[in-house]
Design a protein around this ligand. Structure first.
Ligand SMILES: NC(=O)c1ccc[n+]([C@@H]2O[C@H](COP(=O)([O-])OP(=O)(O)OC[C@H]3O[C@@H](n4cnc5c(N)ncnc54)[C@H](O)[C@@H]3O)[C@@H](O)[C@H]2O)c1
Length: 264
């Protein structure tokens, strides 16, 4: 059990990817706080998995502060922070309202900023025993290359990538490692709403046809699962990754490695 004796906080911890991370951390022996807007998060059902639920809007400074106080009071420590809460608005900039733009940044960027800011004193204290503490942000391959119709989302993820590097530089000397995971297509409620939403470019195709087409453009001919992401998160959280910091870890089945083949 790689994370025995560690305490972790996972934002978006009741979402598709967040839940898989929470489950993996629990399996590895950590005490886990799952923070989300509601107990159910993005999925319909929730089994009591042994994590501690924290109701928290990552964009609210007061709620983030209160959540950190709860972690400290309940567990007395924090070694791992995963910033997985996120939203996706499927529009071009022309169709995106200012409110939608601001909301995208409030959750995806400001949420990562606020949660990290108020976790830092706890993470710093955790390094006193000579081990490293770990922050894992969620970027996206959309922070490097763009899906059509996801303008605000792409911009927020590019900002999270830059913030990740800046945090790694500032807090590495304190023993705090900061990395971002940049998933491609991962099968979660966010991906399913992408398939049914305005930004998918489906042009009247059925969802099944669209999913098949998306699988087909991946070199690995499939998209990923939340457990694929949890495997990498688990490694980055553990002391096996003690020398890994400041990096953007793309996990996308090879999607961003290729040029789309032209049919001449
Ligand atoms: N699924 C993918 O294909 C994919 C690809 C690239 C990046 N990502 C990123 O991975 C992360 C997790 O995505 P997912 O696919 O699990 O999405 P999801 O929609 O299943 O889960 C996101 C969770 O975040 C929570 N959340 C939203 N706003 C919040 C807020 N203000 N405060 C607290 N919690 C909030 C939601 O309630 C939900 O439970 C996101 O940052 C997303 O951008 C996902």
């Amino acid at each position: 059990m790689k994370l025995q004796g560690n305490t972790a906080l996972v934002t978006g911890g009741r979402g598709g990817i967040g839940r898989a991370i929470v489950a993996r951390f629990l399996k590895e022996g950590a005490t886990v706080f799952a923070a989300d807007l509601s107990e159910q998060g993005s999925l319909a059902a929730h089994d009591n998995d042994g994590s501690v639920f924290v109701r928290m809007n990552v964009a609210s400074e007061d709620e983030v502060k209160a959540a950190m106080a709860q972690v400290l009071e309940t567990s007395g420590q924090l070694d791992i922070l995963v910033n997985a809460a996120g939203i996706e608005i499927e529009k071009t900039i022309e169709d995106t309202t200012l409110d939608e733009w601001n909301q995208s940044f409030a959750v995806n960027c400001t949420g990562t900023f606020l949660t990290s800011k108020y976790a830092l004193p706890l993470l710093r204290a955790a390094t006193k025993s000579g081990t490293t503490a770990s922050v894992i942000n969620f970027g996206s391959y959309d922070g490097f290359i763009a899906d059509p119709g996801l303008a605000a989302y792409c911009a927020t993820k590019g900002a999270v990538h830059a913030l990740t590097r800046a945090m790694a530089c500032d807090h590495g000397p304190e023993g705090i490692r900061v990395n971002a995971i940049c998933p491609g297509y991962i099968d979660t409620p966010m991906l399913q709403s992408f398939f049914t939403g305005e930004g998918s470019g489906g042009d009247g195709k059925s969802i099944d046809d669209l999913q098949q087409a998306v699988r087909g453009v991946h070199p690995m001919r499939t998209y990923g699962t939340p457990d694929d992401i949890a495997n990498l998160v688990n490694w980055l959280a553990s002391d096996e990754a003690r020398y890994a910091s400041g990096q953007l870890w793309v996990l996308d089945g090879g999607l961003s490695a290729q040029v789309q083949q032209m049919k001449l």
